[in-house]
Design a protein around this ligand. Structure first.
Ligand code: C2E
Ligand code: CA
Ligand code: CA
Length: 415
């Protein structure tokens, strides 16, 4: 690889910046096939001219703050700093594939039609070392080259999944997961009146495994139904004592779309609610915006049935997916959860603040209440309150904690 030290030094700076600003850094590897054959036919100079044309096309396609590094004859690394979500890296990769699908000027030789493949890795999701990120983006590039799309985001290999699957099943069945609850505060009264149920898996050998990881494993291996039932049962068991004492804590449950696709889900959740004597009105089912988009029609029907039975419905991580007004109007949701990436940025960016304000207004117009996620300081909290936001959740108000601790805290609170 040419210029490896320069590339790695540039990456190191961007990685530190991403960590400090709580944004993502996208790393794209763009590799080209057929340039060598082209050079053999028409001369090295023609190949070089074509590579120069590629470089210019890439620079023109990316944002001013992105960095394009020439790392091989006709291979490039592109750094995308300041990303708000992973999809932005995918969109950039797709765009590069698209703009390079045109014949490239090669001087006196005929125009060259290159065949590019773009792989992407994301810092910090996939790692935070330059070399590792390059390798992962490169391996995504191999996947991209074999796919029709010609671009691919790095995905952790499925092999350990098969292994984790057995252990995850045992952990669920053996009741060895833990339930954490994170308080949700009513901004009018200043008191917590709800909590989000978050699962934790402390793996015997590997330590704590991030929920995003094991939820993904559960989704891929058909365990998600069992995980969800475990989570609902544990959460309602804890809420049950409070309800019995006249403290009507609302409980928010995360649902993967896979679960919504299961026909019997409604019966399951109703049975568990009956068992623990928690009314449906005190249970909020959260579905992510991007999840809903996978199967909007079916989700809409299923959510309507759940809504008809009294359950609250929240659109989770709002703003990171499609954010279309058309579907927002269609869905029978009772609340909207603004993704933490917006809330975290609010104080330093007037436009983000305006965006949050509009999300609040739109939700209210549609009769939904609003929960802001990721409230990490008092300034954000004050701002949200003046903007008319209904509820807030975040480290500043309370971190996720073992469910028993939150319940004990509630019991001690003067009412
Ligand atoms: P989520 O639904 O967006 O849950 C909120 C996540 O934000 C939690 O991460 C929480 O710890 C984190 N968080 C809360 N306040 C703050 C803050 O002020 N700043 C920052 N930076 N982060 C904050 P966690 O617990 O790691 O969960 C990650 C995701 O895993 C959740 O995202 C949820 O979608 C999923 N998940 C967790 N448990 C379950 C489960 O039992 N079933 C399903 N289907 N999904 C689950
Ligand atoms: Ca959630
Ligand atoms: Ca969320």
């Amino acid at each position: 690889m040419l210029n490896r030290p320069q590339l790695f030094a540039a990456m190191q700076r961007r990685i530190e910046e991403a960590v400090a600003t709580d944004r993502f850094l996208g790393v794209l590897m763009l590799r080209t096939q057929r340039v060598r054959e082209f050079s053999l036919l028409f001369g090295y100079q023609a190949g070089e001219r074509a590579a120069e044309a590629m470089h210019a096309a890439i620079v023109a396609a990316v944002r001013a703050e992105d960095e394009v590094h020439w790392i091989g004859e006709s291979d490039f690394a592109v750094l995308l700093p300041g990303l708000r979500n992973h999809e932005q890296a995918v969109l950039a990769a797709a765009k590069l594939v698209r703009v390079l699908q045109v014949p490239l000027d090669a001087g006196d030789a005929p125009e060259m039609l290159a065949s590019v493949a773009v792989g992407a890795a994301i810092c910090p999701r996939d790692g935070a070392q330059p070399e590792l990120l390059c390798r992962l983006a490169d391996s995504a590039c191999d996947v991209a080259a074999a796919s029709g799309d010609r671009f691919a985001l790095y995905r952790a290999p499925e092999v350990p999944t098969a292994f984790a699957h057995v252990e995850l099943r045992e952990a669920i069945v053996g009741n060895r997961l833990q339930l954490f609850l994170q308080p949700i505060v009513d901004l009018r009264s200043g008191r917590a009146d709800g909590a989000e149920a978050l699962s934790r898996w402390d793996h015997a050998g590997s330590g704590a495994i991030a929920p995003d990881t094991f939820v993904h494993v559960a989704e891929q291996t058909g365990l998600i139904g069992e995980l969800t039932r475990w989570n609902i049962n544990a959460a309602l068991r804890h809420a049950s004592g409070l309800h019995g004492d006249g403290i009507p804590l609302r409980i928010s449950i995360n649902l993967s779309v896979h679960v919504l696709q299961q026909h019997s889900f409604l019966e399951h959740v109703r049975d568990i609610a009956r068992l623990w004597k928690v009314p449906a009105e005190a249970i909020v089912l959260e579905v992510t915006e991007s999840g809903l988009m996978q199967d909007l029609q079916h989700c809409e029907q299923m959510l309507r049935r759940l809504r008809d039975h009294g359950f609250g419905i929240a659109i989770d991580d709002f703003g990171t997916g499609y954010s279309s007004m058309a579907y927002l109007k269609r869905l029978p949701a009772t609340e909207l959860k603004i993704d933490r990436s917006f809330v975290v940025d609010m104080h330093e960016d007037a436009r983000t603040q305006k965006l949050v304000g509009s999300m609040i207004d739109v939700s209210h117009h549609l009769g939904m209440s609003v929960v802001a996620e990721g409230v990490e300081n008092q300034a954000a909290l004050d701002r949200l309150r003046t903007m008319g936001c209904d509820h807030a959740q975040g480290y500043h108000l309370g971190r996720p904690m073992p469910a028993g601790d939150l319940v004990a805290g509630f019991k001690q609170q003067p009412r």
